[in-house]
Design a protein around this ligand. Structure first.
Ligand SMILES: Nc1ncnc2c1ncn2[C@@H]1O[C@H](COP(=O)(O)OP(=O)(O)OP(=O)(O)O)[C@@H](O)[C@H]1O
Ligand SMILES: [Mg+2]
Length: 175
C-alpha cells in the first residue's frame, strides 16, 4: 500500500494544530450577503448579557471583515467616535459605562514575551469583553475563547460564517 500523503503543515502560514482539538459545544452557520447582514448579527449579539465578559476569536483572511464586524458590535454597544483598527497597536482599548472592551489584532505579534510585558495577561483575567483578530498568531498565550468566528469571503463578496462555541457562555450567546 502506498503511504498516505502527509498534511503539508509547513505550508500553513500559522500553527493551526492547536486549534483543532478544543471540544466544540455548539456551532452556528450564517450567511452575510452584505455588510448590513454583518451589522444586524453584531447588533443582535450586543444585546446578549453574557457578552460583557466574553472572549471572541475572529478568524479569516485579510479583508474577511473581522474589524468590520467588531466596529458594528462596538457601535451597537454604545461606542461613539472613531473605532480604529488595532492592526498597528495590537490593542485598541474601549470603555462604555462599566464595560471595558479590549480589541486585539495579533497579526504583528511576534514575541510571546510581549504578552506579559504589554499587560495582556492581566486584561484577559479581568472582567470585560475581549475580541481578537488573528488569534493564531498568539496561539499558546490565549485562553479558550467563548466563541470562535470563522469568516469566509465568497466570490460574490458575501461571507459564509461559522460560529463555534467552546464554553457554556459561548453556547448561550448563539442560542
Ligand atoms: N458581508 C460582509 N461582512 C463584512 N464586511 C464586508 C462584507 N461585505 C463587504 N465587506 C467589506 O469587506 C472589508 C473588510 O475589511 P476588514 O478591515 O473588516 O477586514 P479584516 O478581516 O479586519 O482584515 P485584516 O485581516 O486586514 O485585519 C470592508 O471594506 C467591508 O466593508
Ligand atoms: Mg482587521
Amino acid at each position: 500500500m502506498r503511504p498516505r500523503p502527509q498534511p503539508a503543515q509547513e505550508f500553513l502560514p500559522v500553527d493551526v494544530t492547536t486549534l483543532v482539538h478544543d471540544p466544540i459545544l455548539g456551532t452556528r452557520r450564517l450567511h452575510w450577503p452584505d455588510e448590513a447582514a454583518c451589522a444586524a448579527w453584531a447588533t443582535d449579539l450586543a444585546t446578549r448579557p453574557g457578552l460583557h465578559d466574553a472572549f471572541l476569536e475572529l478568524h479569516g483572511p485579510l479583508g474577511a471583515g473581522k474589524t468590520t464586524f467588531v466596529r458594528h458590535l462596538l457601535r451597537a454597544l454604545g461606542i461613539t467616535g472613531r473605532i480604529k483598527s488595532p492592526s498597528y497597536a495590537v490593542l485598541e482599548p474601549h470603555q462604555v459605562g462599566d464595560l471595558v472592551i479590549s480589541h486585539f489584532d495579533f497579526y504583528r505579534f511576534a514575541d510571546p514575551r510581549e504578552w506579559a510585558d504589554a499587560g495582556f495577561r492581566d486584561l484577559f483575567s479581568a472582567p470585560g469583553l475581549k475580541l481578537a483578530e488573528w488569534p493564531e498568531k498568539a496561539a499558546g498565550q490565549l485562553p479558550l475563547p467563548d466563541l470562535r468566528l470563522w469568516l469566509h469571503p465568497l466570490d460574490d463578496e458575501s461571507r459564509q460564517i461559522e460560529v463555534q462555541a467552546f464554553t457554556p457562555r459561548g453556547l448561550a450567546l448563539i442560542a
